[in-house]
Design a protein around this ligand. Sequence first.
Ligand code: GDD
Length: 326
Amino acid sequence: MPTALITGITGQDGQYLAEVLHGEGYRVFGLIPGQRNPRADLVASGLPYVELIEGDLADLSSLIAALEYTQPDEVYNLGAISFVALSFKQAELTANITGLGVLRLLEAIRLVGGTDNPVRFYQASSSEMFGKVRETPQNELTPLHPRSPYGSAKVFGHNTTVNYRESYGMYACSGILFNHESPRRGLEFVTRKVTNAVARIALGLQDEVALGNLDAKRDWGFAGDYVTAMHLMLQQPEPDDFVIATGKTHAVRDFVQLAFAAAGIDDWERYVRIDPRFFRPAEVDLLVGDASKARRVLGWEPKMAFEELVTTMVAHDLEAEQRKLS
Ligand code: GDD
């Protein structure tokens, strides 16, 4: 039975990936940081087959212990401080977990695995690395120009992954994923913040939603589609880096308009208040990815289109809010 260790198991991607790997017959371990982590209960009840193990990306010896205990064939590093806005307020913490955490995990794999290291490593790199984009669409060779402490930390993690592959011959892959969403997305991210607010407004539970920059454009896909690409990357004969994206971009405004329309509300502007608190010190204005390498080499392509993603998320939040009322 192949074994996988996932960091960031409590996040959206960790949960979808655990389901995919379990379906493929893997034994799945999830690394859980913190003392009495409340989100561990969520994983324990929702994904009972995941074996939880304590460890923290800030603590090298805990990573070594986790690897020695689980003896994984594949390690997926999805753990991070992943909210860009928070990274401006907690820049050092972000650099430590999102950046240095990658180095610690690779170093732990190197120390435990020795020469002819059999472990296959996946790093969750991000389209935020492209930041102030140098070309459109962005591909694996587009120069990086991060615009936040989060983006900078991801660049460090990305370069470190490439460096360990080249220096030590480790099987280390980097997936440069563009924004990917789902009903499991955290409420702090704009898509879920909006679909949750739309549901509550439609049910008369909330009057308005406060948002920041509606002009930013993102390439939004479905997280369930994207985790399959992570697994595919680690099944290739040689490790490599891949952009994962839909190739289509939409403004935050389009997402908001479509989400309100999905709940039968056409005059969406009545319910949206622009609040300067949600603007960032530096913004990533436009992201759109070129995933042709992933299509060609991995045979991967996104299945869920933007419109379906928005309506699925709104329908989920309407149902969840209605359930709370009954
Ligand atoms: N979160 C949030 N809240 N974003 C807002 C808001 C708001 O009220 N109003 C406007 N926005 C804009 C942000 O300024 C940004 O341009 C865009 O909506 C998307 O913001 P997020 O959903 O927070 O995602 P992100 O693009 O910053 O980062 C996500 O995608 C990256 C991949 O490109 C995260 O998932 C990162 O972890 C990931 O790496």
